[in-house]
Design a protein around this ligand. Structure first.
Ligand SMILES: O=C(O)CCC(=O)C(=O)O
Ligand SMILES: [Fe+2]
Length: 367
């Protein structure tokens, strides 16, 4: 673990400074990017920033104009390490993608909105669907540069999008649920739905979605951290799909017993993201939040951009346009958030000119 990795963010554009590893010309070696792979991870060395990733590239960036750059503390491992974890165990915990100040702002937002919504204090969860417009921190973290890089690398695509408008959910502490074992809840995430795949059997490759859940509070056994079964993303089907034997949704979940013998709770500290292959068998465990406090999380279902979104997203464009979030976010954040959630439910082909040109050429050749 290394706590000292840094991102260098341009104040003007909101983009991140990185090293163009494919360019040996020293003048063009540094460049700004929307997403942060290993090539955007730095270490601070007095006033200079040293590039950490590739042993044979030695770049030092001297901040001649410190007002142009923000130095931000990054996650403790290289992005490629998280990709490897997803590839080997089906999930990764990316720590430190929200700092203390951002967490406080989100929690304050939740407190205020909770009152406006008039929801009760105990049991089960509620969803705050407008959170991406009203909380700049939520909008920004839904497009976090390291998470974007890790997800694209894992899914093996250049373009990804949100299956629904990212939302904040609050799992309240138990009262009536205390000591109970409610039945059900086991599922997999989008796009792994019954009826979508031939014989309801998933292809092993490529992965078609990840769930990117950001922990606003600690996730662990006593706070209602998501329950899951390690390795279950490799099964070729979902829980309880009837022709597949044992039904994990029958009977309450008692960890260590029967079909629930291998269940664990995720352990992820506040400010981190729990990213998992959408095929991982998991469950919201409302009866286990015995902390006496809310456990908030931002939920994002992310797929390659060509996968049809899970839910209607058209409410996003209008409400984001005049929102608090859009008024304060960086240009980079606005661009990435809009690309991830904008355009209603259909991903529009951005460069229709190519198609038009082709049509024109075809017509010309007929003349
Ligand atoms: O909030 C949780 O613990 C799990 C939510 C969930 O199932 C999901 O995000 O897909
Ligand atoms: Fe889920």
């Amino acid at each position: 673990m290394n706590q000292s990795y840094r991102l260098i963010c341009s104040i003007q554009s909101g983009q991140y400074l990185g090293v163009n590893e494919h360019n040996n010309n020293s003048h063009q070696q540094v460049k700004t990017y929307d997403d942060c792979g290993d090539n955007c991870i730095w270490k601070q060395d007095n006033k200079a920033m040293k590039f950490v990733s590739v042993a044979n590239i030695n770049v030092t960036f001297h901040m001649k104009h410190p007002n142009e750059w923000n130095i931000i503390s990054a996650s403790p491992k290289l992005p490629s390490q998280y990709v490897k974890e997803l590839q080997t165990i089906g999930y990764a915990i990316i720590e430190n993608i929200l700092d203390e100040k951002q967490l406080v702002n989100i929690r304050n937002y939740v407190k205020t909105e909770r009152k406006n919504l008039g929801v009760g204090d105990y049991d089960d969860r509620f969803i705050m669907p407008n959170s991406i417009h009203e909380s700049p921190e939520i909008a920004s973290v839904s497009a976090h540069p390291i998470a974007m890089n890790v997800i694209k690398s894992y899914l093996g695509v250049k373009h990804i999008h949100q299956g629904h408008i990212p939302w904040l959910t609050v799992l309240r502490p138990v009262k009536k649920l205390k000591g109970t074992f409610p039945e059900g809840g086991w599922h997999v995430d989008y796009p792994y739905r019954l009826g979508r795949f031939s014989d309801d059997e998933w292809p092993e490759y490529p992965a078609l979605g990840v769930q990117y859940n950001i922990c606003v509070d600690d996730f662990k056994a006593s706070t209602g951290g998501t329950q899951f079964i390690p390795g279950s993303h490799l099964r070729k089907h979902g829980p309880g799909w009837k022709e597949y034997g044992e039904d994990i949704n029958i009977g309450g979940t008692k960890i260590g017993e029967g079909v629930h013998r291998d269940v664990v709770h995720v352990e992820a500290p506040a400010g981190s993201a729990f990213i998992y292959d959408s095929r991982l068998w998991h469950r919201l465990a409302p009866e286990t939040n015995i902390s006496g406090k809310d456990r908030a999380a931002i939920l994002c279902a992310v797929t390659p951009a060509w996968v049809i979104p899970m839910l209607e997203r058209s409410a996003f464009d209008k409400s984001f346009e005049n929102s608090l979030s859009k008024s304060v976010l960086s240009k980079r954040d606005i661009r990435v958030v809009e690309k991830m959630v904008g355009n209603g439910t259909s991903f529009q082909i951005q460069n229709m000119n190519l198609a038009k040109d082709r049509k024109a050429r075809r017509q010309e050749s007929k003349l």
